[in-house]
Design a protein around this ligand. Structure first.
Ligand code: GDP
Ligand code: ZN
Length: 320
């Protein structure tokens, strides 16, 4: 399924080569982190130069590339096969997908517990999309500093449901720093895309997690990113101690990915022990009689709110 440009010219064995991760993509050049202090500015050549302008997704952030270095000149010589892709159906052109990023280890689904209120429906939709894209999700519930004792218990209960279903779920406050070190530990050495609705604290978290020297840049990019005529307006930010965090190229991909009920159910591991007892197979657990998943919800073995978000996602993606 993954198409990538591969090699586009004969390699010159005399030149030095390095392998690195693409952290920025522009029309005529890209920036590659090859592990050195300073990232490499690289030119394109041949097919890649054409493709980067025309299809906008021949090279994306997260791509691993081999770079040929000739003095001060660095050229992308090869794009290595992708492990996964974050993509979205292009608005024009059936079957054409716009790719935002490649080789993502994690999707960090960030939600606020207050201001704006916690929307588990959005979190659960992101968990389902992450499953489709084959990216491991991590949930972080931010702004816990705003909770009083009673609402803190409610949020603890939500977090417990996610953890028991098998999803890492951290309670954090970017404002006070609570939980941030643990979260940073999960991201270390990995490539993570940050997803979340507006106002939940994505920019604040990004700034908190970046090394000091990067922080200002992040804000500038956030402010100017939208209007830039580059192949993608997003970046991978190198994290302290290794790994990368992508700002939000994928929020729309995560929110809009079309899925069928069976795919959605895969993001509800707590349904799994009951599915074999449903009368119909496959069962969507929505309309069918004698559904063991619905029986488990009624018996209190599956959290009602989780089942409700499931039904909402299924109904939202049903063909009309
Ligand atoms: P984004 O739209 O997801 O990028 O969210 P921002 O990072 O811009 O944050 C939105 C607002 O929430 C800003 O006013 C932040 O200062 C505030 N905010 C972010 N994190 C926290 C937190 O942990 N606690 C509180 N009380 N406010 C926060
Ligand atoms: Zn069922």
């Amino acid at each position: 399924m993954t198409e990538h440009p591969g090699r586009f010219h004969e390699e010159n064995p005399a030149l030095a080569k390095q392998t690195g991760t693409v952290i920025e993509v522009h029309a005529a050049r890209c920036v590659v982190d090859a592990g050195a202090d300073e990232p490499l500015e690289c030119r394109y050549r041949g097919r890649l130069a054409q493709g980067a302008r025309k299809t906008q997704s021949l090279l994306v952030i997260g791509d691993r590339v081999r770079v040929e270095i000739d003095g001060a000149d660095a050229v992308v010589a090869e794009v290595l096969p992708r492990e996964n892709e974050l993509s979205r159906q292009a608005s024009r052109g059936r079957g054409v997908r716009h790719v935002f990023a490649a080789n993502l280890d994690h999707a960090l689904v960030l939600a606020a517990v207050a201001e704006p209120p916690l929307r588990t429906g959005f979190v659960d939709r992101c968990l389902a999309s992450a499953r489709v894209f084959d990216i491991d999700p991590i949930i972080a519930l931010n702004k816990v500093d705003l909770l009083d004792a009673a609402s803190r218990e409610d949020v603890d209960a939500v977090a417990r449901v996610y953890r028991e279903a098998g999803f890492p779920c951290d309670l954090v406050s970017v404002a006070t720093g609570e939980g941030i070190a643990a979260l940073a530990g999960r991201l270390r050495g990995r490539t993570t895309v940050l997803v979340g609705q507006s106002g939940v604290g994505k920019t604040s978290l990004l700034n908190r997690l970046l090394p000091g020297s990067e922080r200002r840049t992040a804000q500038v990019s956030e402010a100017t990113g939208k209007g830039m005529h580059t192949t993608t307006s997003s970046r991978l930010f190198p994290l302290e101690g290794g790994g990368f965090l992508a700002d939000t190229p994928g929020v729309r991909a995560f929110a809009l990915e079309a899925m069928d009920p069976l795919q959605i159910a895969l993001a509800y591991p707590e349904f799994e022990p009951f599915v074999a007892s449903c009368r119909f197979r496959p069962c969507t657990h929505v309309h069918e009689p004698t559904c063991a998943v619905r029986a488990a919800v009624e018996a209190g073995e599956i959290a009602t709110w989780r089942y409700e978000t499931y039904v909402r996602i299924v109904e939202a993606t049903e063909p009309s």
